[in-house]
Design a protein around this ligand. Structure first.
Ligand code: AMP
Length: 389
């Protein structure tokens, strides 16, 4: 994908508005419980600073819905930012450009303005007046047509930051221009949240493995009795039509061929491995069985590129994490030893792959949830479109 990269931006003596994602998780005492998003923004901030530009950082935090709510102020970030950047970081509501005195200034929560989420032109013009150049470094917010993720580009030249660049390069490597065969592993709870994603993927991939609760809907659509498993029976037609599109597009669908059935949705609930015909009326499918895992490992052996979204079972409850853990660990091994390109992201995927201790070995873990899914759905992301050359 061709887009404007930071290395081509003329930064010396300019003021750069950098869109970052500081929507970080906070513990009950207010401390930042995970620094991943802050750390992901640092390389771009440091590169822009080194290039001789002043910086204004823009981010949303939570859902203040257009109101200035003290508990959603971004001011809690200042000590952490100052420590990580080794210099004073200013803070402004953005009302007065004269407030921007420090070399680096953090703008108050962008969502304190109703105009932010509405893509309001006058807000875009006002914020654009705070700087000379717009750097989009928050892929995770790029599916929103908000002022701080896309709207500023109407008034300022827009470039991708380094974190955005890494996302776009890896996503293009996985789906736009991949080494084939390409396999996607798509799991998670429900088909209803992933219809667009599955419909798009079957047109682009060589193999699609469907797991988790959503596989139950496909099994039921094929006539299997899934007992009291999580299942969207009303989506049987949708499941059949996705399978038909896959057949038309020569995409092989892999569904479970055996399952782990339990009597309740709880860790260590009584369970057994059984065939698809053997699930009892009082049982629920909580994981894929060992034969299914063998099939997945074979598919991974054949694949040159793997895209992963969603767990293959109820991975938060042991031992129903088994198929997710074994498959993810095998994929990680193929990345290390056989040059497999493995890209993952969206929702619970990062925590599932971290739980499997496979995340660090994947080629790339996207920091995004919704944006990763919309990209897999083949949708144009407003915060990415503005960067195209
Ligand atoms: P998603 O957010 O769609 O990726 O779904 C993730 C959730 O799906 C996790 O919380 C899993 O516990 C859940 N899940 C996966 N497989 C099953 C299953 N067979 N039955 C019930 N829930 C499942």
């Amino acid at each position: 994908m061709d887009f404007r990269r930071l290395e081509n931006a003329d930064l010396k003596g300019k003021t750069a508005l950098i869109r970052v994602d500081f929507n970080v998780p906070r513990a009950s005492d207010g401390s930042i419980s995970d620094h991943t998003r802050i750390d992901a923004a640092l390389p771009t901030i440091q590169a822009v600073r080194d290039a001789g530009a002043k910086i204004v950082l823009l981010s949303h935090f939570g859902r203040p819905k257009g109101e200035a709510k003290a508990e959603l102020s971004l001011d809690f970030l200042l000590p952490t930012l100052q420590e990580k950047l080794g210099e004073t970081v200013g803070f402004t509501t953005g009302a007065d450009p004269a407030d921007i005195k420090s070399n680096i200034t953090l703008l108050e929560n962008t969502r304190f303005h109703t105009g932010e989420t509405q893509g309001d032109q006058s807000l875009a013009k006002h914020w654009a007046g705070l700087g000379d150049i717009f750097i989009q470094d928050a892929f995770s917010a790029s599916h929103r047509n908000h002022v701080s993720s896309a709207g500023l580009a109407a008034f300022l030249p827009a470039y991708a930051g380094l974190s955005m660049e890494r996302e776009l390069d890896h996503l293009a490597q996985a789906l736009e221009n991949p080494n084939r065969p390409v396999l996607a592993v798509v799991g998670g709870a429900k088909v209803s949240t992933k219809i667009d994603l599955l419909s798009n993927l079957v047109t682009k991939l060589d193999m699609l493995a469907i797991g988790g609760g959503m596989a139950n809907t496909f099994l039921a659509a094929q006539g299997y009795d899934v007992g009291k498993s999580l299942c969207e029976h009303d989506l049987a037609d949708t499941a059949r039509s996705i399978m038909k599109s896959a057949a038309d597009a020569n995409c092989r669908i892999l569904l479970p061929i055996d399952v782990v059935a339990a009597t309740e949705f709880a860790a260590h609930a009584p369970h057994r491995v059984c065939g698809l015909e053997e699930v009892g009326p009082g049982e629920m499918i909580l994981d894929a069985g060992p034969e299914t895992v063998n099939g997945l490992l074979d598919a991974i052996d054949r694949a040159k590129t793997l895209i992963w979204n969603g767990p293959l079972g109820a991975f938060e409850l042991q031992p129903f994490d088994t198929s997710t853990v074994e498959t993810a660990q095998y994929a990680a091994k193929r990345v290390k030893n056989n040059g497999l390109i493995a890209v993952a992201g969206g929702g619970d995927t990062v925590s599932a792959l971290k739980h499997a201790r496979a995340a660090d070995d994947f080629t790339f873990m996207s920091t995004a949830g919704g944006a990763f899914l919309e990209w897999m759905e083949g949708k144009a992301l407003p915060g990415v479109e503005i960067l195209r050359t």
